[in-house]
Design a binder for this molecule. Structure first.
Ligand SMILES: [Zn+2]
Length: 539
């Protein structure tokens, strides 16, 4: 059994957040001491007095822990508080904030910064009414937890032996609009493929009914397949892009939605914008989407890729992202032909990455798809700026684009997630992306036997925690850390009529490996996003 305390450490926490967490802890200490002093004034009996001293001792211990931890996460602060407060104070302090909505007991698997795969057997996980993980503890702590959080033990749902919970899958790169032709049109390299298939199809999204049909299908399909967070490209059409945001919100998916920007397209001339339109419509899209106040759906600034944009447009988009502190997504170094084209179009730039860098489009909220042909210098630039990559192996194979050297990306400490890249990638399922990522790694090992193939545990981490880091959403989702939103899949490996035959009882690690390699949506019994059950889908 792993040490549950490991859950609460996050050494990758950013400096700004570290300060926030330290302040948060001090605020908690202050408010608890104040509340005890107040109650002592009203009822100065010995019990409260002793509680008061207990609290003071606890406060000292928290401060010591703070110094020792240096930079505790918010959830670590809560955990320290829970550990040190006597049950009664605990019940009086955080009860109102942490009313428990539901509790599951069974096996939980997830990744942490330290471990690609952490298995928690017979764990208890409670989700509060805000959809956040209130606790994850060993089963033997049941009595203490039920007292502290005020839930009845009869309210607990017990998982079966062949079931487990894992974090929701994070698709860091998917073109919602291209879902209409997924599974076809895989017979050309990228630049020809865009002209022959993509641009003509995307131009149809000015028709809102067509858009509604495709966007409803893709959100349903990805949710059913366990994608709790998706980073979407829509098309150049503002209304249809807003509609995608609305549909994702209605179904309860966490999503970044991008209205595509492109003011350069010599081949399909009717599918492009003027510089002014692109800029104006991007601002309108951002404003209107933010005004909807969807809790889980946010806009992302989306230049299609450098060859589709003039320098002036890239400049504007960099400004817009900076002024509104927004996410950015685009493509980079997918094929060699494209890299050559970018060199011709932007002769003043040192590299492809430099084109984006010069226009303020490489930030710690940027995710770039592919990067198969990036140099080490460009990867260093990603590391320096905090920009991330989305690995889309199905697409890279299907369009014969290249094979990303994931080990080299990780060696450069660049944040990395997985993407389906529908419809360059023909499958909208992140399980397919996991398998193709393993295949891509094996191709590199075939070419060079010294290349260390990725393990399924490593790819599992990239598909979950890695994706949340790549999208800078890891303070909200990605694993089962206390304080994060409960984004989770309930997996039933032995689902009736499903694709997996279990011959005997298996350990959780084997169950996870079988699910990742053989499973499909029939094994995904329930999907939760921010504590809301979104699968099975109810109309
Ligand atoms: Zn793409």
């Amino acid at each position: 059994m792993d040490n549950f305390d490991n859950l609460h450490y996050a050494p990758h926490t950013k400096p700004g957040k570290q300060r926030q967490n330290s302040k948060f802890l001090l605020k908690l200490i202050r408010s608890h001491v104040t509340s005890v002093i107040t109650s002592r004034r009203d009822d100065p009996d010995m019990h409260t007095l002793s509680s008061h001293w207990l609290l003071r001792i606890s406060a000292v211990r928290w401060c010591l822990a703070l110094a020792e931890d240096k930079y505790p996460t918010r959830s670590r602060c809560i955990s320290l508080l829970h550990r040190d407060l006597p049950g009664e104070e605990m019940a009086n302090s955080d009860r109102a904030d942490t009313a428990i909505a539901f509790v599951y007991r069974g096996t939980f698997v997830h990744s942490t910064q330290q471990k690609a795969l952490q298995i928690l057997k017979d764990a208890l996980l409670g989700v509060d009414t805000q959809g956040k993980i209130a606790f994850i503890e060993e089963g033997k702590e049941l009595e203490k937890l039920s007292q502290t959080f005020g839930f009845k033990t009869s309210d607990i749902t017990q998982l079966a032996q062949h079931e487990f919970f894992m974090p929701g899958l994070v698709d860091t790169h998917i073109h919602a609009s291209q879902y209409s032709y997924a599974g076809t049109a895989l017979d050309m390299p990228l630049l020809q493929w865009l002209n022959a298939y993509t641009f003509p199809v995307e131009s149809r999204f000015k028709d809102l009914e067509f858009a509604r049909k495709v966007y409803t299908q893709i959100v349903r399909r990805t949710l059913r397949n366990g994608t709790t967070t998706a980073c979407y490209f829509a098309t150049i059409h503002t209304e249809a892009s807003l509609l995608l945001g609305q549909i994702a919100n209605n179904f309860g998916q966490r999503a970044l939605v991008g209205k595509v920007c492109m003011d350069r397209n010599d081949c399909v001339k009717h599918y492009k914008e003027t510089l002014q339109d692109s800029q104006d419509e991007t601002c309108r899209f951002i404003k209107e989407l933010l005004n909807k106040k969807y809790p889980l759906v946010k806009p992302v600034v989306t230049p299609r890729f450098a060859p589709s944009c003039t320098g002036a447009l890239l400049e504007q988009l960099g400004e817009i992202a900076k002024n509104n502190n927004l996410h950015i997504q685009s493509h980079i170094s997918e094929t060699l032909e494209e890299v050559k084209l970018v060199k011709e179009l932007f002769p003043e730039s040192e590299s492809y990455a430099d084109v984006y860098y010069k226009h303020n489009l490489l930030t710690d909220k940027t995710v770039m798809a592919h990067g198969c042909h990036l140099s080490d210098e460009e990867l260093a630039l990603f590391r320096e700026t905090g920009a991330s990559l989305s690995h889309c192996p199905n697409s890279n194979f299907s369009l014969c684009s290249g094979v990303l050297n994931v080990r080299n990306v990780l060696k450069h400490k660049v944040k990395l997630g997985l993407g389906t890249d529908v419809a360059g990638g023909y499958s909208a399922s992140m399980l397919d992306a996991v398998r193709r990522a393993l295949d891509a790694s094996k191709v590199l090992t075939i070419q060079d036997p010294k290349y260390k193939t990725l393990s399924f545990e490593e790819v599992f981490r990239i598909a979950t925690l890695g994706g949340s880091q790549a999208l800078s959403l890891d303070d909200q989702t990605g694993n089962f850390e206390v304080g994060k939103d409960f984004d989770a899949l309930r997996i039933n490996v032995a689902a009736e009529g499903g694709p997996i035959d279990l011959i005997q009882d298996e350990e959780p690690k084997i169950l996870l490996e079988k699910f990742l390699n053989l499973g499909d949506d029939r094994n995904i019994a329930e999907v939760f996003v921010a504590g809301r059950k979104v699968v099975p889908i109810t109309e």
